[in-house]
Design a protein around this ligand. Structure first.
Ligand SMILES: NC(=O)c1ccc[n+]([C@@H]2O[C@H](COP(=O)([O-])OP(=O)(O)OC[C@H]3O[C@@H](n4cnc5c(N)ncnc54)[C@H](OP(=O)(O)O)[C@@H]3O)[C@@H](O)[C@H]2O)c1
Length: 156
């Protein structure tokens, strides 16, 4: 799992070299530029894409939309329903590993497309963090949907 600050990602990738080729990497890094809460990646490749290209690893973007205190909840349920965790990736085995981690936490995995869509999750994180900083509950910006329950995998 990549859990370094965005500013350290390139340094770490340079040190890792070929060691991650073909292995599963779950990437939760958000490259957020302050002030203004914009994407440090700009219009370029997402962090997840950068990690995949630099390592040859099977990267899955996941766990980047909520702060760490949410992931410490046992389980992360809100208003009586499990947290939905969108994932983006291509490799079936890596996606299966991510889904298992998510269901083991009591959350509901949601397949959100291939790694080329990972930038959407990173942009969503910037949007959510911006709302939070502005004092707006990010959940108030999204309608409640009751389609998901723990253990189910849905496609977006
Ligand atoms: N915290 C959250 O709630 C949350 C939620 C979703 C996603 N994320 C993402 O998860 C990642 C980790 O979050 P965090 O809050 O733990 O971030 P953080 O405290 O800012 O940094 C995490 C680690 O990055 C390391 N690091 C920074 N520059 C480095 C470099 N040049 N080489 C090697 N290591 C370096 C730091 O190591 P040292 O201590 O040794 O400097 C630190 O242990 C971030 O990318 C963040 O966007 C965080």
């Amino acid at each position: 799992m990549t859990t370094v600050a965005y500013g350290g990602v390139q340094d770490v990738l340079a040190q890792v070299g070929d060691a991650l080729r073909g292995r599963t990497v779950i990437d939760c890094v958000n490259g957020i530029r302050h002030p203004g809460v914009t994407l440090a990646t700009g219009n370029g490749p997402s962090v997840a894409r950068q990690v995949a290209d630099a390592t040859g690893a099977h990267v899955v973007k996941a766990f980047n939309l909520c702060p760490d205190d949410v992931w410490r909840m046992t389980p992360p349920h809100f208003d009586g329903r499990p947290l939905t965790v969108p994932i983006c990736g291509h490799d079936p085995g890596a996606l299966a590993t991510a889904r298992t981690l998510i269901t083991d936490l009591g959350c509901a995995p949601a397949d959100a497309g291939g790694l080329d869509r990972s930038g959407l999750l990173e942009a969503t994180a910037a949007f959510v963090i911006g709302l939070h900083i502005s004092g707006v509950d990010p959940r108030s910006a999204l309608p409640r949907a009751d389609a998901f329950s723990a253990g189910e995998t849905v496609e977006i």
